[in-house]
Design a protein around this ligand. Structure first.
Ligand code: PEP
Ligand code: MG
Length: 618
């Protein structure tokens, strides 16, 4: 083998151990980015896991390692640029793990219809009323066929363009991933055996990647004169619900075409909510579910209801069901439009209670998005995501904080919260058996103070440089469990301020309330802190001893025990308090939280318009 020869010809091999920390594992999209980077080095780069070694330049080979969350693998670099490759690739890997989007948890509503319904899992919310039809593709042949070589080139160019033109959207990475897959040997050197290769993936861990292989095959073949296209029926009906059965497959490249064909809903009979097709269905707002129950679409034309909000298909609805679905669809549409229109308005409950809806952000871009979506301020700036590539300079930090402060009247900056599931490539935390119980958040900052002090100085400088002093800038320490930790952290802040002649009177200092011990120390904390923000994600994890990223164990967000804890906190605090964990954005929890008098909620930007509108109706 060529790569083995290359490996033995060079001298030093650098071996690093890397850990997969994303709950999604090391999957196609991050692999694609990793491979693109690996190809830039003059070095032989190998990944080794479970006794198997693969070249880092081959997407399918890395996929075959099946690296899941918690898995450890070796990165072996040998050759002229081994050192640089090790450094850059480790850095990139950690960054990819950190920025890998968590699977969006799609909350289903409860809805009862008179007629029988087929249940499924929601991919993309919405309500569609249409004639159910089977997804069926027909093969047609064109005369102007290109050679395989030319077809491969054209396909690569198309994907490159799709990637470039969709940079800011979720789907961009799908095109990059497919492009990297296209560059692998399977496509470039062995295309005639592609069906065999796809067959080998069946039933295994890569079942979900088959669609990408088939999609690429279809793209290439269409340049070679073979078209495989969905032809909708010629009926008079103006809308259709497409059912993709076990034998057919809706491929990523085919999703957009559906939007041009009066398709009001999609039901996949196999697949997952995280597949590339699912991401695209969400991004085109096509109501869709996954259901493996039997669905009959043949025979007479009839209208069905796809209520993806509650994850149901009502195949033969009653008149009442239609009325209900139409009303619901109309209401949803109106609510969306109304919420969006009123997003900048203040938010008051029906009985006149004012509620502040702030945003959780990670950088300047998300700050701008939050502003556009009506955030009343920033309730949580997760600074660990600000500088994921390299250790930032104080000036770089200052500039970013300043730009964010200029956008809002109120910003809460959380100091670096690493450890647990968050890591930074330039910070080394010794391996721990229970990282969630280890050197996390403030514990790290108190032990390794350099970065902490630099960050504090940057925040102070940014505060000093903004034009208005009407703004409320809050500094929040994460993972505080004792008053001593808070005092120690604040003393460091005071020392930094004094050394730099900075006046702290306009800056507030508070804590994330996410470690249960704080609940029992509120009396003492009240004397010290300026504010609290409940980190319900971690608070839940530590209350129930269930890891927040656990693949199967979950805690009911409305668990009476959690609500009791929130009630006790609300009664015990004597300083302003907000909630910035996921719970704050769950509409099923809104009424409960408001009734406990939690009137400041900080949530992800895209939830803001609807959450504000829901609050107005409480
Ligand atoms: C939380 O723990 O709820 C929180 C908001 O912080 P993070 O999710 O960043 O740990
Ligand atoms: Mg937390």
């Amino acid at each position: 083998m060529n790569f083995l020869k290359k490996l033995f010809n060079t001298k030093t091999t650098i071996i690093t151990t890397l850990t997969v920390t994303s709950s999604n594992g090391f999957h196609l999209r991050p692999i694609a980015k990793f491979v693109t980077e690996a190809k830039k080095f003059d070095a032989t780069i190998i990944l080794k896991a479970n006794g198997k070694e693969v070249l880092a330049t081959q997407v399918p080979k890395i996929l075959s390692l099946s690296l899941e969350k918690g898995d450890i693998f070796e990165l072996k670099c040998k050759g002229k640029e081994a050192k640089e490759a090790t450094k850059q690739l480790s850095k990139l890997f950690n960054e990819l793990m950190q920025s890998d989007k968590e699977i969006e948890n799609i909350e289903q509503e409860n809805e009862e219809y008179e007629a029988q319904s087929i249940k499924g899992i929601t991919i993309s919310k919405g309500i569609g009323i249409g004639v159910p039809i089977s997804y069926y593709k027909e093969k047609t042949y064109k005369k102007d066929a290109l050679s395989l070589k030319e077809a491969l080139k054209r396909t690569a160019k198309d994907l490159e363009e799709l990637y470039k033109n969709n940079q800011e959207k979720d789907e961009a990475e799908i095109f990059l991933a497919q492009k990297s897959l296209l560059e692998s040997e399977v496509f470039q050197k062995d295309f005639k055996n592609i069906d065999k290769e796809i067959e080998n993936l069946k039933g295994g861990k890569f079942q979900s990647r088959i669609a990408d292989y088939r999609d690429l095959k279809q793209r290439i073949e269409s340049y070679m004169g073979v078209n495989n296209e969905f032809i909708p029926p010629n009926g008079d009906e103006d809308s259709y619900i497409v059912v993709v059965d076990e034998k057919e497959e809706l491929l990523p490249s085919e999703v957009e075409a559906l939007t041009k064909l009066n398709i009001v809903g999609v039901i996949l009979q196999k697949g997952s909510t995280t597949s590339h097709v699912a991401i695209l269905l969400r991004s085109f707002n096509i109501p869709s579910i996954i259901s493996s129950e039997q669905i009959t679409t043949t025979g007479e034309y009839f209208y069905s209801i796809l209520d993806a909000n509650s994850g149901q298909l009502i195949l033969v609805p009653t008149e009442e069901d239609f009325k209900k679905a139409r009303k619901k669809a109309q209401k949803n549409k109106e609510k969306e439009a109304k919420s969006y229109k009123k997003r900048f308005k203040t938010t008051k409950t029906k009985d006149g209670k004012s509620v502040k809806v702030l945003a959780n952000i990670t950088d300047l871009n998300s700050a701008k998005e939050a502003k556009e979506l009506g955030a009343d301020g920033v309730g949580l700036l997760r600074t660990e995501f600000l500088f994921t590539k390299a250790k930032p300079s104080i000036e770089e930090q200052t500039q970013t904080y300043k730009s964010i402060f200029e956008l809002f009247d109120e910003v809460t900056v959380r100091t670096l919260d690493i450890g647990g599931d968050k890591s930074l490539p330039y910070i080394e935390i010794p391996k721990e058996d229970n990282p969630f119980l280890g050197l996390r958040g403030i514990r790290f900052s108190l032990q390794e103070q350099t970065l902490f002090k630099e960050q504090l100085l940057a925040i102070f400088k940014a505060v000093g440089s903004i034009s208005s002093n009407e703004k409320t800038i809050k500094i929040m320490f994460p993972m505080i469990s004792t008053t001593q930790e808070f005092t120690e952290a604040k003393n460091i802040a005071k020392t930094v301020a004094k050394a730099n002649n900075i006046n702290l009177t306009n800056i507030q200092f508070g804590i994330m309330l996410e470690v249960p011990s704080v609940i029992f120390g509120l009396k003492e904390f009240n004397k010290l802190v300026d504010f609290y923000s409940i980190g319900s994600n971690d608070l839940t994890q530590y209350l129930f001893a269930i890891e927040r990223t656990h693949p199967t164990l979950t805690v009911d967000p409305l668990s009476p025990l959690l609500l009791l804890a929130l009630e006790q906190i609300r009664k015990g605090v004597e300083k302003p308090i907000s909630i910035c964990g996921e719970l704050a954005g769950l509409e099923v929890a809104t009424q409960k939280l408001l009734s406990m008098n939690y009137t400041t909620l900080s949530v992800s930007a895209k939830l803001i318009p609807n959450l504000k509108e829901s609050i107005r109706n409480v």
